[in-house]
Design a protein. Structure first.
Length: 283
């Protein structure tokens, strides 16, 4: 387990040579498994500590968005192989003399994390390892985050002269200001339990309970109407940026919109009739 700043920097230095994006088969970066409505995407590029190279981000973006409108897709679990969940950007793709390329790298990462919010199904980060810099940004951008007590999180970029500005956007919106500032300005890692207390993760569990916890969450999501969850997720993120009174005005309209869904009518009927709902999962 990486526990100190020097070891964090060691991870950053062990990065693969620069590659042009989409040059390799996505299977070299990810494993994707679909099972009963749950898509599990596993980062698996150990030679770069699952760094978010352009290739990795393109593969991940494709895997997240594939068949996104298929009603059989109910939620996505994002996980990783190895002790390093993701070391963040591949620093060799951020060379100072290649402005156009590094700008494309940052834009791809921005599109990736914003795209998670726009997906119609919940995205769950399953973390059992070290998430650093843009890797921590990716975790913080998921809808639900479950980490083990062996996980750690950091934004150590300033130590190599690159302040983690974009990761700071993600963690600064889910964590308290003092804790996110601490991470960004010191680069020191925090534990899974500290991340939970600071609001970065949803739950922290022993490693032995991680799979069961994820199963409990995905089963709870699958038991509900995809159409209702999609409508609710979209408005949840919309209202976060609105003034309070405006948020309530729009929420009232959204409640009425929700009541017009066939699955809402079915859900209310099933409750009254004391039977399981028969969801259609469509708007």
């Amino acid at each position: 387990m990486l526990r100190t700043l020097p070891s964090t920097l060691k991870v950053c230095r062990r990065l693969a040579p620069i590659r042009f994006f989409s040059s390799l088969n996505s299977e070299e970066f990810l494993k994707v498994r679909n099972n009963n409505g749950v898509r599990e995407i596993t980062l698996c590029h150990p030679s770069t500590r699952n760094s978010l190279s352009m290739d990795m981000m393109c593969a991940l973006d494709e895997a997240l968005n594939k068949d996104r409108d298929d009603v059989n897709l109910r939620c996505i679990v994002l996980t990783a192989q190895g002790k390093v969940w993701s070391a963040g950007h591949n620093l060799k793709q951020l060379q100072p003399d290649d402005l156009k390329y590094r700008d494309a790298v940052f834009q791809k990462c921005t599109d990736l994390v914003l795209g998670i919010k726009k997906l119609p199904v919940p995205v769950i980060a399953k973390v059992n390892g070290y998430a650093a810099a843009a890797g921590c940004q990716l975790v913080a951008s998921c809808d639900i985050i479950v980490a083990t007590d062996k996980s750690m999180f950091s934004t150590p970029g300033a130590a190599v002269g690159i302040f983690c500005n974009t990761p700071g956007v993600a963690i600064g919106r889910v964590m308290s200001r003092p804790k996110s500032a601490y991470m960004l300005m010191t680069g020191l890692p925090i534990s899974g339990q500290e991340a939970y207390l600071a609001g970065l993760v949803t739950k922290v569990v022993p490693e032995s309970e991680l799979d069961k916890t994820i199963d409990d969450i995905t089963n709870a999501i699958r038991a509900k109407s995809r159409a209702v969850i999609a409508l609710g997720k979209e408005f949840y993120y919309e209202q976060l940026n609105l003034p309070l009174e405006q948020a309530y005005v729009k929420a009232k309209a959204k409640m009425n919109e929700n009541l017009e869904l066939d699955d809402c009518k079915e859900g209310m009927s099933s409750f009254v009739e004391k039977r399981p709902p028969n969801w259609k999962h469509t708007n």
